[in-house]
Design a protein around this ligand. Structure first.
Ligand code: OAD
Ligand code: ZN
Length: 243
């Protein structure tokens, strides 16, 4: 299932980066975005995940995020999340870059992680930009207000058409400029920045491994495409690292 070359690379590597997308949380019961039953099949991103949508109807946007946050809160990390948290201890230099906002990586114990699309458990004040945890309670009209200045706040998520945190991107590009391996898990590769991160690492010489039951836009560029579910493939990598 995993080639001997990839096994040797995984065992010999010192500095690695793992890049994850919604697929890694699919086995935890969290819907992905583009597959069958994916969120963007049933909801329009233009109505829910853009700054304009929030200006037009903050209550609707918040209602949707409260619903999704509740799904994430009630889900548990799966084997794949735990193996990645374990890999962080195995390699002398490790970075996890996730597109997921579900908080399952930190709950599985990952520490060296950057959540490039934000985190669904936090909000950000539109006025003073304070970032704060969303409480587990009913919000009137679903709206969340800043604990510091009482202004309307928004989900702390990178929406369509918004730019990424420049500091975070710089840290990622600097780290991935000289890594031994990049492992890309559970992303369709439809969003350009994460694809650029992966391709940049590959162009800079990283050996690349992808884990996904289906091909993504990145699959043609990787050294080894491992077809399968994250929760089934990653335990065999964990086993390999312990041998
Ligand atoms: P997508 O929903 O676009 O893609 C999910 C990928 O996971 C697909 O390639 C599936 O084949 C794969 N997959 C499904 N089950 C899997 C499993 N058990 N193990 C491994 N892979 C599996 O999700 P992303 O690529 O993460 O943005 O989407 C990127 C961004 O688009 C998201 O972060 C989100 C969305 O708009 C924001 O929320 C800001
Ligand atoms: Zn404020």
């Amino acid at each position: 299932m995993i080639s001997d070359k990839t096994k040797l690379k995984l065992k010999g590597a010192k500095k690695i980066c793992v890049l994850t997308g919604a697929g890694i949380s699919a086995e935890s019961g969290i819907p992905t975005f583009r597959g069958s039953g994916g969120l963007w099949k049933n909801f329009r991103a233009e109505d829910l995940a853009t700054p304009d949508a929030f200006r037009r109807n903050p209550s609707l946007v918040w209602e949707w995020y409260h619903w999704r946050r509740n799904i994430c809160k009630n889900a548990n990390p799966n084997l794949a999340h735990f193996v990645i948290a374990e890999m962080e201890k195995h390699y002398s230099s490790f970075l996890l870059v996730t597109q997921n906002v579900d908080g399952l990586h930190p709950r599985a114990g990952s520490k060296r992680l950057l959540e490039i699309h934000g985190n669904i458990f936090t909000a950000r004040c539109l006025k003073c930009e304070t970032i704060f945890p969303i409480e587990d309670k009913e919000y009137p009209e679903h709206l969340v207000y800043c604990p510091k200045c009482a202004s309307l706040s928004r989900p702390h998520i990178v929406w369509f058409g918004e730019s990424y945190d420049v500091g975070i991107l710089e840290e990622i590009y600097s780290y991935t400029s000289n890594i031994d391996i990049v492992i890309i898990i559970g992303t369709s590769g439809q969003v350009s920045v994460p694809v650029q991160i992966a391709l940049n690492a590959i162009n800079r010489g990283a050996y690349s491994i992808e884990i996904n039951p289906d091909e993504s836009t990145i699959s043609n560029n990787v050294d080894e495409f491992i077809k399968g579910k994250a929760g089934e493939i990653l335990p065999s990598i964990s086993q390999l690292l312990q041998e």
